[in-house]
Design a protein. Sequence first.
Length: 489
Amino acid sequence: MRLSELELSNQYASLGEPFGQFIQPKPFEHPHLVHINPAGAALLGLNPGRDSAQTWAEYGCGARLFRGSRPFAMKYAGHQFGVYNPELGDGRGLLLGEARGIHGERWDLHLKGAGKTPYSRFGDGRAVLRSTIREYLCSEAMHALGIASTRALCIIGSDEPVVREKIESGAMLIRLARTHIRFGHFEHFFYTGQHEALEQLVHFTCAEQLPQTADLSVAEKAAAILEMAMKRSARLVAQWQAAGFAHGVLNTDNMSIIGDTFDYGPYGFLDDYEPGFICNHSDHTGRYAFERQPGVVLWNLNALGHALSGLLTREAIVETLQRFEPLLVQHYSGLMRARLGFEQPGADDDRLCAQLLKLLEDASADYPAFFRRLSRYSPGEGAPAFSDLFGAEQQAPLADWLQRYDTRLKAEPRPDAERQQAMLRTNPKFILRNFLAQRVIDAAEGGDFAPLDRFMSLLQAPFDEHSGNDEWAALPGTAQKHLPISCSS
């Protein structure tokens, strides 16, 4: 299918003025195609080869609109670093409309960097090449790791200067999402006393995401939304913690109601295992540090529950949210057992995992590299395969842990070779480390998009060996481990 044949609907925009405003994008004067994501195009049934690079550039920057599109800036609010901010909304992006994917699934198309909207406040409504590349890479990397995420269709570049910490090149990205409804949408209508609009949003969300609730009352639908958000958020944050992913800015306006990873900005994957890792250089108190993410997500769910408190009893909200922690622990334990190669639960698995994490923390050992090497480990091999990840003082504790691990592996029903193959499909070789993302960005800012194309293909199949690409699986040097990443990313 060509871009001109893709037809969008506007169900969310049809909700009317309280939900946002219709705004035309501001196209670039001289757009150029940076990259097309074939996997994203396939979701919509698009064939990238059927349109020219110029046609992609025009659709991707809003110079041409998809059939049926009515660009709409969504209004929402949210708690930012724990403080309620009513002045939020789509300040640099527009909902172009909704499409049906090749399997009948729903996809929002959202144009990021499309220019000023009524919610831009003091911003210019633009995105930069750096930030679009970071979102583009990470949304696809997360999907390939099996973590719920928005997706990406394409990046369009320009020669338009945009001022951030420095002058950068403007760019746009078309984000694909199963929904763009955030916790902050519900907060906006609650705090402004727009109760009818809040009920309208509840009905809309259930019609799109929970069709089985069609015959329920609005209160029952609100309960179903909170239940869905709680369950999916518990699973999501467990996946983040197991994968070593730090989001960086977990405000309620960055929380998807369906539990997808949403709004990629100052994120970071762990290099050394550092529970207190802060990836956002604006996070001066460490509110969104890696180890605090589960607690912050629960805090955000409480904020969502409060926004629904006009429809739900306090007891119903508390009862739902009390199940968050047990679900989180259940998901996380299962994910870490898989990373360790345990097919069946063992009585001391959680303790063995906790001992390993403490060992990795004490040694400042590389988190993804350790698990990838562990995937090839056979009982009795001892510590040599990991020796370069641990200092001299940690060699004895490492050997002790490996002895306990050997004992645990004896209880596994699978042969070693089968276990190792399963672990290699669980512990990735290629990780979107910040220093590698910066390498791609530096090349792209110089007009070389080949590294972007190469790294994207590796991140979309991160468990494969990809012979000849080991430079993209290299460990960072000391100076590359704590690159300053800002919210403007």
